[in-house]
Design a protein around this ligand. Structure first.
Ligand code: AMP
Length: 587
């Protein structure tokens, strides 16, 4: 409801976090706790269970990691904390975050265990002793049943992205793990949505949990034109520089999450020829004031800042606010974009959204009650047209320069003496000031071959836009060859398509779009997967568990292989020759 500035910045200091963790947070550049952290950390530090409605990008990892690190017994190198995540990518990310937050606790060992990685590495890690295990449910169950993971000393259990885990068919595995963990453990459950099944799970397995939801009712000003663009993490900088080249702006404020990121991004922009300045909490107040003064006076046009330092910034010239990193909460979004469109002017707000952050975008839209318009990263052609137009503008501008007559005389003399045409002379002069080989932006590189593609997060749907990873879904439309594989679990094992996708995606590093039709029959299932599945992926898939059963997977050949609708239509010929279908085609 309010559009006022936020209160005095909250700090991590009063939340009961261990000093070494506090130092690490400051080291990674977090200035203030995000709302989910503010609301969750005190409960967890006090030993209560927590259910948090929070999605990726809100800072939920630090919300559970910092209390765990505060309370963990460093002298006992046995699994004391277990974090369950739906995908291996998230498991790795969470384990890395624990590593960063425990930078000043050298004795702490964090071990990610997930499908698709060799057991050898994980067994060695487990034997060496780890305080914190971050894993996907299937692989965790595997280690528990083999007796290679002992959770009898477990004190903390976290379900991260619980709704995703259930969607991927891990409910049974998750419940088994919850049952096997000691009763006196502390639990936290984080989920972006709260469907009934998650509520039931928390009622059954958590003890009187504190429920944490971050509500926002803040409204945005309608003088601000709000747009969002899908862009992968790796291509954000390129995308930003294209917008900088193509969008006419007066002054631009670019928001990033951490102090370090302000310096890094400003540096990268300078390296690409933009005069950008960073503004963060480490910069002494008088210097900050000077920078803002320079922005106001038009001596600086691009400022890269964190939320804290930009709070209350009132500079009419700011025509654009770019959320380079999506804010961790909706209020912060509103306050950030409120730095433009001031004093009755109109303003432009642009939000970068990576594929994983789409939910956060929806949440921002819901809370502000205003849909954002989707836009695209300017193309190479847009950028190049702009470069040509700027080049021409420079010529036009200089035609009125008072030194023109002097150089005109010299050049006319040169023309007479050397018999060179005027266009060549002009081009030779342009070459003096501009590197011709870098004048035009090069076309986007061709997509990488599928075999080079790293394991992908099944939730990152490719869309054929700047947001996809290289080699991503632009080829979805039909040039991939699919083959049918038979799995020895079916209706009698009560498997759902989600369980098959979840297990195979985690073990084989497949993307949701690698799946074609799934046909679950009474005692087996047929699944369409890429025909060119590399042998290591095939091997990994062959030792996967679905619904607790170790599966066998084999390639089906011939017409009988056709699952689902195509089989019913009696389509002749082998499946291998069919173009791929999207998993979503099944509806
Ligand atoms: P998460 O929701 O845990 O995936 O975090 C999203 C991103 O926010 C990560 O890049 C974190 O490093 C970053 N982050 C988490 N907490 C904070 C904070 N208090 N201040 C700035 N960035 C944060």
């Amino acid at each position: 409801m309010s559009n006022s500035e936020p209160d005095q910045a909250a700090s991590f200091a009063g939340l009961g976090i261990d000093d070494r963790v506090l130092r690490a947070l400051s080291g990674v550049g977090y200035e203030t706790p995000s709302p989910i952290q503010l609301a969750t950390i005190p409960h967890l530090v006090a030993g209560h269970d927590v259910v948090g409605l929070a999605q990726t990008g809100t800072g939920k990892t630090a919300a559970f990691a910092t209390p765990i690190l505060t309370k963990i017994d460093e002298t006992l190198a046995r699994p004391q904390a277990l974090i369950l995540t739906p995908t291996r990518e998230l498991a790795i990310q969470v384990a890395e975050a624990f590593g960063r937050y425990s930078a000043h606790m050298p004795g702490i060992r964090v071990l990610p265990i997930y499908g698709g990685q060799s057991y050898g590495v994980q067994l060695a890690g487990l034997r060496r002793g780890a305080h914190i295990i971050v894993g996907t449910p299937g692989r965790v169950i595997d280690h528990l049943t083999r007796g290679t993971l002992d959770i009898s000393q477990l004190r903390f259990l976290v379900l991260d992205e619980a709704d995703e885990m259930l969607k991927m068919g891990f409910q049974e595995d998750v419940e088994r793990i919850l049952t096997m963990a000691p009763d006196d453990r502390q639990s936290a459950l984080f989920s972006a949505t709260m469907p009934r099944v998650i509520r039931d799970l928390s009622r059954t397995y958590l003890r009187d949990p504190a429920e944490v939801t971050i509500k926002s009712t803040t409204k945005t000003s309608d003088t601000i034109n709000q747009r969002w663009v899908l862009v992968s993490h790796a291509r954000k900088l390129d995308a930003l520089t294209r917008f900088l080249e193509v969008e006419p702006f007066d002054a631009m404020l670019i928001f990033v999450r951490t102090k370090q990121a302000t310096d890094e991004l400003a540096e990268k922009l300078r390296a690409r020829g933009f005069t950008a300045t960073s503004l963060n909490g480490d910069i002494p107040q008088p210097v900050r004031e000077r920078i803002v003064g320079e922005l106001r006076a038009g001596k600086i046009d691009i400022l890269v800042a964190t939320d804290v330092v930009a709070r209350g910034l009132d500079v009419e010239r700011i025509s654009h606010v770019v959320n380079f990193d999506i804010p961790t909460d909706n209020d912060s979004y509103v306050h950030r974009i409120g730095r433009t469109g001031r004093a009755g002017r109109s303003g432009e707000a642009l939000l970068f959204v990576t594929p994983r952050e789409r939910r956060l975008l929806r949440s921002i839209e819901r809370s502000t009650g205003q849909p954002l318009e989707e836009t695209q990263v300017p193309t190479v052609e847009d950028v190049n047209a702009q470069r040509v137009s700027r080049f021409e503008d420079t010529i036009t501008e200089n035609l009125s320069n008072s030194d023109l007559a002097l150089f005109r005389r010299l050049i006319e003399g040169y023309e007479r003496e050397h018999d060179v045409c005027m266009a060549d002379i002009a081009a030779a002069l342009a070459v003096q000031t501009t590197d011709g080989s870098a004048f035009f932006l090069k076309p986007d590189p061709p997509e990488r071959a599928r075999s080079e593609r790293p394991g992908r997060d099944v939730r990152e749907k490719s869309t054929g836009k700047f947001g996809e990873r290289p080699g991503g879904g632009r080829r979805r439309s039909g040039d991939r060859r699919m083959a049918t594989y038979r799995i020895n679990v079916g209706k009698k094992n009560k498997v759902a398509p989600g369980a098959i996708v979840g297990a195979l995606a985690n073990e084989g590093g497949l993307n949701r779009e690698d799946f074609g039709y799934i046909d679950i029959r009474s005692d087996y299932s047929l699944v369409e997967l890429p025909a060119d599945l590399p042998s290591e992926v095939f091997d990994a898939l062959r030792s996967t568990r679905i619904g607790g059963v170790r599966i066998s997977l084999r390639r089906e050949e011939g017409a009988a292989a056709a699952p689902g609708r195509d089989r019913d239509r009696g389509r002749p010929g082998g499946f291998d020759e069919r173009p791929r279908k999207s998993f979503r085609d099944r509806g």
